[in-house]
Design a protein around this ligand. Structure first.
Ligand SMILES: [Zn+2]
Length: 163
Protein backbone atom coordinates (compact mmCIF):
# COMPACT_ATOMS: atom_id res chain seq x y z
CA UNK A 1 0.00 0.00 0.00
CA UNK A 2 1.16 3.50 -0.73
CA UNK A 3 1.45 6.06 2.06
CA UNK A 4 -0.64 9.03 1.04
CA UNK A 5 1.74 11.44 2.70
CA UNK A 6 5.27 10.37 1.79
CA UNK A 7 4.41 7.98 -1.02
CA UNK A 8 6.40 5.10 0.44
CA UNK A 9 5.22 1.59 -0.40
CA UNK A 10 4.44 -0.13 2.89
CA UNK A 11 2.77 -3.38 3.91
CA UNK A 12 0.05 -1.63 5.86
CA UNK A 13 -1.20 1.89 6.35
CA UNK A 14 -2.91 3.62 9.22
CA UNK A 15 -5.86 5.94 8.98
CA UNK A 16 -5.02 9.28 10.53
CA UNK A 17 -6.23 12.83 10.32
CA UNK A 18 -3.54 15.36 9.60
CA UNK A 19 -4.68 18.96 9.87
CA UNK A 20 -8.25 17.89 9.34
CA UNK A 21 -7.52 15.79 6.27
CA UNK A 22 -8.14 12.05 6.57
CA UNK A 23 -5.21 10.12 5.09
CA UNK A 24 -3.92 6.61 4.91
CA UNK A 25 -0.30 6.81 5.81
CA UNK A 26 2.66 4.69 6.85
CA UNK A 27 3.63 4.20 10.50
CA UNK A 28 6.25 6.93 10.21
CA UNK A 29 3.84 9.55 8.89
CA UNK A 30 1.12 8.46 11.31
CA UNK A 31 3.09 10.26 14.00
CA UNK A 32 2.16 13.58 12.43
CA UNK A 33 -1.54 12.97 12.65
CA UNK A 34 -4.31 11.93 14.95
CA UNK A 35 -5.34 8.35 14.51
CA UNK A 36 -8.95 8.14 13.37
CA UNK A 37 -11.16 5.64 15.08
CA UNK A 38 -12.68 2.88 13.04
CA UNK A 39 -14.98 4.81 10.79
CA UNK A 40 -18.59 3.90 10.35
CA UNK A 41 -20.23 5.71 7.46
CA UNK A 42 -22.86 8.03 8.88
CA UNK A 43 -25.84 6.56 7.07
CA UNK A 44 -24.91 3.05 8.16
CA UNK A 45 -24.36 3.96 11.78
CA UNK A 46 -27.06 2.51 14.00
CA UNK A 47 -29.46 5.24 15.02
CA UNK A 48 -29.92 5.88 18.69
CA UNK A 49 -33.42 5.11 19.88
CA UNK A 50 -34.15 8.78 20.57
CA UNK A 51 -33.28 9.80 17.03
CA UNK A 52 -35.62 7.13 15.70
CA UNK A 53 -38.42 8.28 17.99
CA UNK A 54 -37.94 11.88 16.88
CA UNK A 55 -38.13 10.83 13.28
CA UNK A 56 -41.44 9.08 13.86
CA UNK A 57 -42.72 12.14 15.67
CA UNK A 58 -41.66 14.39 12.83
CA UNK A 59 -43.41 12.16 10.30
CA UNK A 60 -46.55 12.30 12.39
CA UNK A 61 -46.56 16.07 12.66
CA UNK A 62 -46.01 16.30 8.94
CA UNK A 63 -49.05 14.16 8.21
CA UNK A 64 -51.03 16.40 10.52
CA UNK A 65 -50.04 19.30 8.28
CA UNK A 66 -51.68 17.45 5.42
CA UNK A 67 -54.98 17.32 7.25
CA UNK A 68 -54.66 20.96 8.17
CA UNK A 69 -54.20 22.09 4.60
CA UNK A 70 -55.36 25.65 4.68
CA UNK A 71 -57.13 27.82 2.18
CA UNK A 72 -55.88 31.27 1.43
CA UNK A 73 -56.26 33.91 -1.24
CA UNK A 74 -53.58 34.56 -3.77
CA UNK A 75 -53.14 37.01 -6.61
CA UNK A 76 -54.24 35.43 -9.88
CA UNK A 77 -51.58 34.81 -12.50
CA UNK A 78 -53.38 36.77 -15.19
CA UNK A 79 -53.98 39.84 -13.04
CA UNK A 80 -52.47 42.12 -15.72
CA UNK A 81 -54.94 40.94 -18.37
CA UNK A 82 -57.89 41.17 -16.00
CA UNK A 83 -57.04 44.74 -15.05
CA UNK A 84 -56.44 45.82 -18.66
CA UNK A 85 -59.68 44.24 -19.88
CA UNK A 86 -61.79 45.63 -17.08
CA UNK A 87 -60.32 49.10 -17.51
CA UNK A 88 -60.91 49.25 -21.26
CA UNK A 89 -64.45 47.93 -20.80
CA UNK A 90 -65.08 50.88 -18.54
CA UNK A 91 -63.61 53.17 -21.18
CA UNK A 92 -60.86 54.35 -18.85
CA UNK A 93 -57.32 55.22 -19.83
CA UNK A 94 -54.44 54.11 -17.64
CA UNK A 95 -54.19 57.67 -16.45
CA UNK A 96 -57.88 57.75 -15.46
CA UNK A 97 -57.53 54.56 -13.47
CA UNK A 98 -54.27 55.60 -11.87
CA UNK A 99 -55.95 58.77 -10.65
CA UNK A 100 -59.01 56.92 -9.38
CA UNK A 101 -56.96 54.52 -7.29
CA UNK A 102 -54.53 57.26 -6.34
CA UNK A 103 -51.46 55.48 -7.68
CA UNK A 104 -48.76 56.69 -10.02
CA UNK A 105 -49.24 56.02 -13.72
CA UNK A 106 -45.89 54.25 -13.93
CA UNK A 107 -46.95 51.87 -11.19
CA UNK A 108 -50.21 51.02 -12.93
CA UNK A 109 -48.35 50.65 -16.22
CA UNK A 110 -46.01 48.10 -14.72
CA UNK A 111 -48.89 46.21 -13.14
CA UNK A 112 -50.79 46.10 -16.44
CA UNK A 113 -47.78 44.65 -18.24
CA UNK A 114 -47.28 42.16 -15.44
CA UNK A 115 -43.87 43.60 -14.59
CA UNK A 116 -45.03 44.37 -11.09
CA UNK A 117 -47.25 42.47 -8.71
CA UNK A 118 -49.64 44.83 -6.99
CA UNK A 119 -49.60 44.73 -3.22
CA UNK A 120 -52.72 43.98 -1.19
CA UNK A 121 -53.61 47.64 -0.87
CA UNK A 122 -53.51 48.24 -4.64
CA UNK A 123 -55.28 44.95 -5.32
CA UNK A 124 -58.15 46.01 -3.07
CA UNK A 125 -58.42 49.40 -4.78
CA UNK A 126 -58.35 47.87 -8.26
CA UNK A 127 -60.95 45.26 -7.34
CA UNK A 128 -63.26 47.94 -5.98
CA UNK A 129 -62.74 50.39 -8.82
CA UNK A 130 -63.02 47.87 -11.64
CA UNK A 131 -65.47 45.46 -10.02
CA UNK A 132 -63.25 42.46 -10.64
CA UNK A 133 -61.62 39.74 -8.60
CA UNK A 134 -57.84 39.63 -8.62
CA UNK A 135 -57.46 37.01 -5.96
CA UNK A 136 -58.50 33.42 -5.91
CA UNK A 137 -58.62 30.80 -3.25
CA UNK A 138 -55.74 28.37 -3.25
CA UNK A 139 -55.38 25.35 -1.03
CA UNK A 140 -52.03 24.92 0.57
CA UNK A 141 -51.15 21.43 -0.46
CA UNK A 142 -48.37 19.45 1.19
CA UNK A 143 -46.53 19.73 -2.11
CA UNK A 144 -46.40 23.47 -1.62
CA UNK A 145 -44.97 22.88 1.82
CA UNK A 146 -42.05 21.03 0.32
CA UNK A 147 -43.32 17.53 0.90
CA UNK A 148 -42.84 14.92 -1.74
CA UNK A 149 -46.02 14.36 -3.70
CA UNK A 150 -45.26 10.67 -3.94
CA UNK A 151 -46.33 10.26 -0.33
CA UNK A 152 -49.82 11.39 -1.23
CA UNK A 153 -52.32 9.11 -2.84
CA UNK A 154 -55.21 10.30 -4.95
CA UNK A 155 -57.53 9.27 -2.13
CA UNK A 156 -55.65 11.58 0.22
CA UNK A 157 -56.15 14.50 -2.13
CA UNK A 158 -59.86 13.80 -2.53
CA UNK A 159 -60.23 13.56 1.22
CA UNK A 160 -58.43 16.87 1.63
CA UNK A 161 -60.73 18.59 -0.83
CA UNK A 162 -63.80 17.34 0.99
CA UNK A 163 -62.43 18.76 4.23
ZN1 LIG B 1 4.65 7.95 5.00
Amino acid sequence: MICELCGKNVTFTRKVTIEGVPLEVCAECAKFGIETKKQIPKEEAPKPVIAQRLEVRERRSRSRDVLEATEREELVDDFAVRIRDARSKKGMTQKDLAMKINERLTVLGKIETGDMRPDDKIIAKLERELGIKLKEKVVDTPVAKGMSSSTLTLADLIKMQKD
